[in-house]
Design a protein around this ligand. Sequence first.
Ligand code: N01
Length: 538
Amino acid sequence: MATAASTQEHFDTIVVGAGISGLYQLYKLRELGLKARIYEAGSNVGGVWYWNRYPGARCDSVGYTYQYWFSDELLSEWNWSERFPAQPETERYLNRVADKFDLRKDIVFNTRIEGAHFDEANGVWTVTTADGAKATAQFLVMATGGLSVPTNPTFPGQEGFKGTVFHTARWPKEPINFKGKRVGVIGTGATGIQVIQTIAPSVGHMTVFQRTPSYTIPIRNPKYTDQDRAAIRERYPELKHFVHETFSGFDFNPDPRSFYDLSPEERERFLQALWEDGSLKFWVGGFLEALTDKAANDEISEFVRKRIRARLKNPELAKKLTPTDYAFGTRRVPLENRYYEIYEQGNVDLVDLLETPIIRFVENGIETSAGVIELDIIVNATGFDAATGALTRLDLRGREGRLLRDVWSKGIHTWLGMTVHGFPNMFMTMAPMSPAAAFCNVPTCSQQQVDWITDCIKYVRDQGKQSIEPTADADDGWVRHHNEVANQTLVPKTRSWYTGANVEGKQQSLIAYIGGVGTYRNLCNNAKEGQYKDCVLA
Ligand code: N01
């Protein structure tokens, strides 16, 4: 492992973050023969899989599409145990990658980067760690993750609560004993649902504080046998290309037929088959009109609502847990496992915050407009300042000392979601205005972006140039295209982290490019083949 004492060094490239993108980026930079260093705030690799170790954390992507494709040896060695691997397995996988490719020797752990400044005179980036150490590099890759800055609710009286508060994205490594405890969970998104359904059977009593119910899909998660794995491996040579050509980075595409090509009965049968797949295929592998056409979406939303209601005996509960005021698929659709049944098992209460809002935290619990609910533990499953958060909280300054936070406060702009005008030689993964920020199976887009960034760095060096930066027109053009595509869909009409609505004061715009992973990749490839004509090389 690299040590903090050597941080005064100069590197060809500094990478911030040792998650899925950062690890692969380091591997690719080494292939180019560059001197590279990763700085990572955590004590180990894994990024989102290192931080989000809450009970029930599980990948909603099928495991064999949620992996690296660059090494046939790795592909042949790693055995996924089930269709949707739980957090420990994915974390083990990323550790295995770090060990196998000897990546740790160029990673400094337990080191948070607080700022990065571009020195125009010398054409270098200087990064500063939380303890004031500095290092310089020609290129900077912000592999800081799209979902790495947790958002905590700010209710009055929080500091006075005498129990324990956890955020799911900062979960301790030691197991928590919930036995006999009164537990409150705030939030019913993908994370809340996983944690609720997992710990509800073992807590004394649980109170779920729900503001918005989710549309969900029941997960189908068989364990794999050797035979299953052998069959899946046979598909790897094809899959490693195909995932990049799809709409959302999985191993399927939306159906080529229009919703209206089928009769209502045929549609019902088609949707039922997708439903029984027990995966996100129901969301992004059905009719594309689900995301663009209100009437089609209404029918699909009702299909899901009917199945949620049917799971609950208590009509009042069914009403509260069934979303009715937004369109299916315009917020992230969680997979669930016996989520609805836990509300009828006897020790779980649902508080609908639209009816009885939280007034404040008190010493012994949470006070809503209906009175105090006594709690020992509060779990905030309240989400993230997505895509922009990890970048705007830093003192990240480009040319003329311009702070990215200020630049984006007037409107987020990027070129291809990977670079920003005014920030030469700075690249980003999982950042705004690329599918990777929300509408992509993360490893697919992460690898595509890292490959593109690596090629771009190589091009600059091969040309004997020092820096590359998109023009202001390039950013403007990408923003226009991004918005045009976004506005053809129903997604911006719903408030969620996809639109920045979950963070006070955040720019309200669709955070991720929704034109499709394959389309995006083609646009990125065109930029490369066109020799980055939308950029200034100096
Ligand atoms: O966060 P969220 P998440 N008072 O923002 C509620 C990925 N993921 O951590 O919707 C009361 O979706 C909030 O209510 P509302 C996945 O991409 C992946 O669940 O704002 N409630 C909502 O219910 C996902 O989309 C996997 O009305 C408050 C919840 O908290 C993303 O992570 C697993 C509140 C936040 O939901 C984020 O999911 C899990 C307040 N003040 C997650 N503030 C895998 O596949 C917030 N809420 C591995």
